[in-house]
Design a binder for this molecule. Structure first.
Ligand SMILES: Cc1cc2nc3c(=O)[nH]c(=O)nc-3n(C[C@H](O)[C@H](O)[C@H](O)COP(=O)(O)OP(=O)(O)OC[C@H]3O[C@@H](n4cnc5c(N)ncnc54)[C@H](O)[C@@H]3O)c2cc1C
Length: 549
């Protein structure tokens, strides 16, 4: 949880000393005790499947358990915030530059490799709280083949730094590959960037709540409690709705505590937690609140609506390779000795990422309109996970038309919310995923992969023996989430009846309540979402500071 009280407390950071939350390579072993373990409601357009939905249940939230990929997305995504909020002077790629850099501390990779030529320093901050770095290990056979592939297939171009705001310059690029085999590590360009540094995971907890912050007399952290709701405080003489009281409790005890902020309350409970708290507080749409027996305090119909997320479809290849196994104990000893080795980095999917933009002439865009935020925003991301004897590639739809909801299941604040991402509810999305699979097929349809890739297991949209229905059915069976929900308490112009918070992230029509987390982001960025949340939060901190001067 993440809110601040006034008095000092004894400090125990819950994610301190938990090896799985510190060692990047142990990410896959993070116990589900650090997860909310949500499941979506059955997804009608995905063969009625309910999909597991992970969210961090620990200080630092999902940043303490995530995959650590650091991608900012397209400059157009941030310009869209400006258009939607009616405040482009605050929310645009150019206007946010200071805060984009402010959140980041570029850190050399562990092991002493010189990263010159593997990223572009012009686009990186050096003094921020979140360490961003490159992997410890160098290129492998897969990287070399990918490099060769970009020389063979001109559709796929190379970009040095994916975080320059223009990830989809021409058509597609491969973020990790070797340009010249003979130069080995020295020539591995355009590496994927990660939120680890010094061989350890960085998160909102380690970055923002480290010893300096903990030394502050005006900051307290209370762990293992649940925010049940926010409540109207006593009227201050004016006829306005003043919500500065938080009710907290714990599932395991009946004790409830109310705390009233002198200035304001900031909700940062994430794309599910924040609308859940607002709805439990009676802030939302009347008929929904009525249906679960919560009394409406303030009518704000878009609370919990407009969820925007990255849906993906998985395709599989067979490989003529085996997964190189590591000696886990030796790797841990190496990590403990000097923070290097296979555990100092991410070991599974996503080390290699391809980003792709549909051409303007695409019939799909003509039929449904282009949901991308602008000319630099890619439509599809394809991370690969070569873990022989098979390889999974995920076609991730970065620009979905479908939107979902977060609703209350009951009036009990401890009950999980009903999460309905609405996957594939718009016809564009399944067709765009199909195109994503075709891009993946083109990428691997090249002599660069000879001797490694031995077969395609599909689902294959071009398999003549399959009907379209049979293919779509198989695609739907493979659909999952990339865990990037936003938009459930979305920012919009103060004059607009839509949305939940205004350009200063204040809950509309309410005094004393702000939202600073992924729920305020109006459309899912064309990137993994943590960088955008850090940028939003850094900007919000200065907005809040100046509003109380
Ligand atoms: C498994 C996983 C992998 C991911 N991989 C990546 C990646 O590689 N790169 C990337 O950029 N992004 C990734 N993401 C997404 C990224 O981590 C999130 O976008 C980001 O952390 C969202 O930040 P947030 O502050 O909005 O919410 P969160 O980080 O989810 O934080 C919300 C916090 O509020 C707390 N909370 C919620 N409700 C309550 C309540 N009622 N009372 C008290 N506390 C409450 C939660 O416990 C949590 O601590 C991943 C996410 C997950 C789950």
């Amino acid at each position: 949880m993440s809110y601040y009280l006034k008095q000092g407390q004894t400090w125990v950071l819950s994610n301190e000393r938990i090896l799985e939350l510190i060692v990047p390579g142990l990410h896959v072993q993070i116990p589900n005790t650090y997860d909310w373990n949500y499941t979506t409601v059955p997804q009608v357009m995905v063969n009625n499947r309910s999909i597991e939905y992970r969210r961090g249940f620990v200080l630092g939230g999902s940043s303490s358990v995530n995959t650590m990929v650091y991608t900012r997305g397209s400059r157009d995504d941030y310009d869209l915030w400006g258009r939607v909020s009616g405040d482009p002077k605050t929310w645009s790629w150019e206007a946010l530059q200071k805060w984009i850099l402010k959140s980041e501390k570029w850190t050399a990779p562990v092991g002493g490799r010189d990263p010159t030529g593997q990223y572009d320093p012009r686009y990186h901050g050096t003094d921020g709280p979140i360490r961003v770095s490159l992997t410890w290990s160098g290129p492998d056979d897969f990287d070399r083949r990918a490099s060769r592939n970009t020389e063979i297939q001109k559709e796929f171009i190379e970009k040095l730094d994916s975080n320059d705001g223009e990830p989809a310059g021409l058509c597609a690029y491969y973020t990790v590959f070797l340009l010249d085999e003979n130069l080995k590590e020295a020539s591995l360009k355009a590496w994927t960037q990660w939120t680890f540094g010094g061989g350890e995971r960085n998160s909102a907890a380690t970055g923002y709540l480290g010893s300096r912050a903990r030394g502050r007399p005006n900051l307290s952290i209370i762990l293992n409690v649940h925010v049940k709701k926010v409540l109207p405080s006593t009227q201050d003489g004016k006829r306005r709705l003043d919500i500065r009281t938080v009710e907290i409790g714990s599932k395991s005890s009946n004790v409830t505590l109310r705390v009233t902020a002198r200035k304001e309350v900031i909700l940062s409970a994430g794309a599910f937690g924040t609308p859940h708290i607002l709805l439990n507080s009676g802030i939302g749409e009347e008929s929904h609140l009525d249906s679960v027996g919560v009394k409406m305090v303030h009518r704000l119909p878009d609370v919990g609506r407009g969820m925007s997320d990255h849906v993906c479809a998985m395709v599989t290849y067979t490989l003529n390779a085996t997964t190189p196994s590591i000696d886990e104990e030796a790797a841990l000893r190496q990590w403990q000795a000097n923070r290097t080795g296979p555990l100092a980095e991410w070991r599974e999917a996503g080390r290699r990422i391809l980003w792709s933009k549909f051409p303007k002439s695409s019939p799909l865009l003509r039929q449904y309109g282009d949901p991308a935020s602008g000319p630099h925003a890619p439509h599809i991301e394809i991370p690969f996970n070569a873990a022989g004897p098979t390889m999974a590639a995920f076609a991730v739809l970065l620009t979905p038309h479908s939107r979902g909801t977060v609703k209350l299941a009951s009036s009990n604040p401890f009950d999980d919310p009903l999460i309905d991402p609405g996957y594939l509810s718009h016809p564009f999305d399944i067709q765009a995923l199909t195109e994503g699979i075709r891009i993946t097929k083109r990428w691997f349809d090249s002599p660069a992969w000879d001797g490694l890739i031995t077969g395609f297991l599909g689902p294959d949209p071009d398999n003549a023996t399959w009907s379209e229905t049979a293919f779509q059915n198989a695609l739907k069976e493979s659909v999952g989430t990339f865990l990037h929900p936003v938009g459930t308490a979305a920012m919009s112009a103060s004059s607009s009846a839509a949305g939940v918070v205004d350009h200063e992230l204040k809950v509309k029509g309410v005094h004393g309540l702000r939202v600073v987390d992924a729920s305020a982001i109006p459309y899912v960025p064309t990137a993994h979402t943590q960088a955008a949340v850090y940028v939003l939060a850094e900007r919000a901190a200065d907005i809040i500071k100046s509003s109380w001067k």
